[in-house]
Write a protein that binds this ligand. Structure first.
Ligand code: GLU
Length: 489
C-alpha cells in the first residue's frame, strides 16, 4: 500500500568522504521513500566538533548527487523541518534537554574527568562487564546544583536511566529486540562543550522532522535502546526501526579500508559507473527473491522492500562489482560510450591521437563484449591508438615459424591490391592465400594478429584489420617482420 506519510532520512556524520556502507544506507532510504511516495531527507549530524573536516559536507553531497540519490530536503534544499545541519540546531536540543531535567528524567552531572576515570578503574577492578556512571550527581540537592551552575563548573546533562527494566523494540529486519536497562549507561545528552550527543540530537530530530522509518546500519542497533528510552521519556511515538546487515570483507571481517577501497569517491574515480555501483550496493543485503542481479534504479524502486533485507552480513565482492560494471557498460548505447570514451581519451596519453568518431565507434563495437571499464577501450587495445612497439614473447615462440615472414609478405602483397577493403575483403584474401599456400587459416591469422597488434588476443581479426585501415595494416606487417626477425635471431 502506498503510504503518503513516509519520511526517511540519511543522517551521516561528515567524515570527509561517503563510505560505501553509507551509500547503501542512503540508497535503501531513497528506494523506500520513492517506492512509498514519501520524502527522503538528508540530515548532517555534525555535532562532534573534534571530528570536524573541512569540505566534508560538500564532498558528501557531491557523492550522493553523483550516485543519483537526490534528496527532497537537506542542507542545500530548504524544507519545512530545517535547518538540516545539526550544528545549526543547538538551541533546540537544549530546550528538549531542559524539558527532561524539569521532569527528573535527566540531570546535570559535574563530575570531573578524574573522578570518572577513577570510577572506570574501580569498575574494571571489580570486573564489571562494562563501565557505567554511578548516578552520583543525581543525588545532588537543588541548592548544590544551583551553586555549581552559578560557579560555571564544567557539566554535562545525563539521561536518568531506570535500572532493572526490560527495554524492548521491534525491528523490521532484526525482529523483536530486548535489552536490559542495567546495561544502559546514564548516557550524556549534552556534552560539556554545549553540543548534544548523537543520541539526543538524533532522536529529537527524527521526531521533529517526522521521520517514520529509521533505516540505518547494524552498528547503530546497540544505540537503539538508548533512543527508545528517550522516545519514551519525551512521550513521543517511536519510528519503525530497520537495521541493515553489516558489510563484510571476503574473509568475513568487517569491511575495512585495509582490504580495499571504502569511499564512493574512490570507485567513481576508478571509473565505475554509478549505475553499476548502485546496482551492486543494492544487492548488499537485499534481493528481490529471485536470481536477478542486473537492475536499473527504477526497477529497484519498484522491487525494494525492507522485508526482503537479510539479517546476515553481506560480503563485498569486488568481482561482482566488476561484472556488473561490464554489464551496465554493455547496455549503454554506442553513442553514450563514445562520449565517455572521448573524455577518457582527453585525459590520457592519447589525447592527440586524433581518432575520428567513426573510428572510435568501430572500436567500441569491436571491444564492447571484452571490456569492464570505459578506459579499457583504450588500454586493453592500445594498438588502435598507436602501432605496437613490442610483441608478446610467448606468441612469437608459439606462432612465428620459419615460413611465417614469407606468408605474411604474401598476405601483404594481396592486401595491397585491394581498394577500400571491407572486412569481408580481408577475409576473402586471407582464405584464398591460405588455400594457395596450402596451410590452415590459423597459421596466418595468429601471426597476422601479432604483427598488427603485438598481442595474441583481441577482437575479431577482420574487425581489427578494418579498423586499422589498409595502409596501417601493411605498414605494421612490414615493421613486424623486421622487428621479429631481429628478435628471434
Ligand atoms: N550520524 C550517524 C552516522 O554517522 C547516524 C546514524 C543513524 O542513522 O541514526 O551514521
Amino acid at each position: 500500500m502506498i503510504n503518503p506519510q513516509v519520511r526517511v532520512r540519511f543522517a551521516p556524520s561528515p567524515t570527509g568522504y561517503l563510505h560505501v556502507g553509507g551509500l547503501r544506507t542512503a540508497l535503501y532510504n531513497f528506494l523506500f521513500a520513492r517506492k512509498n511516495n514519501g520524502k527522503f531527507v538528508l540530515r548532517i549530524e555534525d555535532t562532534d566538533r573534534n571530528r570536524f573536516v573541512e569540505g566534508a559536507v560538500e564532498n558528501l553531497i557531491a557523492a550522493l548527487k553523483w550516485a543519483g540519490l537526490q534528496y527532497d530536503e537537506g542542507p542545500d534544499i530548504s524544507g519545512p523541518y530545517g535547518p538540516y545541519m545539526q550544528s545549526q540546531r543547538l538551541e533546540i536540543y537544549h530546550k528538549y534537554a531542559q524539558e527532561l531535567i524539569s521532569q527528573g528524567k535527566a540531570y546535570y552531572c559535574f563530575c570531573t574527568p578524574e573522578r570518572l576515570e577513577a570510577l572506570r578503574e574501580e569498575q574494571q577492578r571489580m570486573k564489571l562487564p562494562q563501565a557505567k556512571y554511578d548516578k552520583h550527581c543525581l543525588h545532588l540537592s537543588p541548592k548544590e546544583i544551583e551553586e555549581n551552575l552559578n560557579r560555571n563548573i564544567s557539566k554535562v546533562i545525563r539521561l536518568n536511566v531506570e535500572p532493572n527494566k526490560k527495554i524492548e523494540f521491534d525491528d523490521v529486519i532484526r525482529e523483536h529486540v530486548e535489552f536490559d536497562s542495567n546495561n544502559v549507561d546514564d548516557q550524556v545528552l549534552i556534552k560539556s562543550d554545549g553540543y548534544p550527543t548523537y543520541h539526543l540530537a538524533n532522536v529529537v530530530d527524527d521526531h521533529l522532522m517526522q521521520i517514520t522509518h529509521v533505516i540505518r546500519g547494524e552498528e547503530w542497533l546497540s544505540s537503539t535502546p538508548k533512543h527508545v528510552l528517550l522516545y519514551d521519556a519525551f512521550g513521543w511515538e517511536r519510528p519503525v526501526f530497520a537495521h541493515l546487515p553489516l558489510l563484510l570483507n571476503p574473509d568475513r571481517s568487517k569491511l575495512s579500508k585495509r582490504q580495499g577501497d571504502v569511499a564512493v569517491e574512490d570507485y567513481r574515480d576508478k571509473g565505475y559507473l554509478k549505475e553499476a555501483l548502485i546496482n551492486f550496493v543494492a544487492l548488499l543485503g537485499w534481493n528481490a527473491g529471485d536470481d536477478k542481479e542486473f537492475y536499473y534504479i527504477d526497477e529497484l524502486i519498484e522491487k525494494f522492500s525492507l522485508e526482503r533485507v537479510n539479517k546476515a552480513g553481506a560480503v563485498f565482492d569486488l568481482q561482482k562489482l566488476n561484472w556488473l560494471n561490464a554489464e551496465h557498460l554493455r547496455k549503454k548505447t554506442d553513442d553514450e560510450i563514445l562520449e565517455m570514451l572521448k573524455k577518457e581519451i582527453e585525459n590520457s596519453e592519447y589525447k592527440s591521437a586524433n581518432l575520428s568518431d567513426e573510428k572510435l565507434l568501430l572500436i567500441i563495437q569491436a571491444m564492447k563484449e571484452r571490456v569492464t571499464f570505459v578506459r579499457d577501450f583504450i588500454y586493453s587495445c592500445k594498438y588502435f591508438f598507436e602501432a605496437p612497439t613490442d610483441y608478446e614473447q610467448k606468441a612469437i615462440e608459439k606462432n612465428w615459424k620459419e615460413d611465417t615472414s614469407l606468408h605474411l609478405l604474401r598476405l601483404k602483397d594481396e592486401f595491397e591490391k585491394l581498394t577500400n577493403p571491407s572486412k569481408e575483403d580481408y577475409e576473402q584474401v586471407l582464405t584464398q592465400v591460405a588455400e594457395e599456400l596450402n596451410v590452415g587459416k590459423g597459421k596466418l591469422i595468429h601471426p597476422l594478429r601479432l604483427a598488427v597488434s603485438g598481442q595474441s588476443t583481441g577482437p575479431g581479426m577482420f574487425d581489427l584489420l578494418y579498423i586499422l585501415g589498409k595502409d596501417e595494416v601493411i605498414k605494421r606487417i612490414k615493421t613486424a617482420i623486421e622487428k621479429i626477425k631481429a628478435l628471434i635471431k
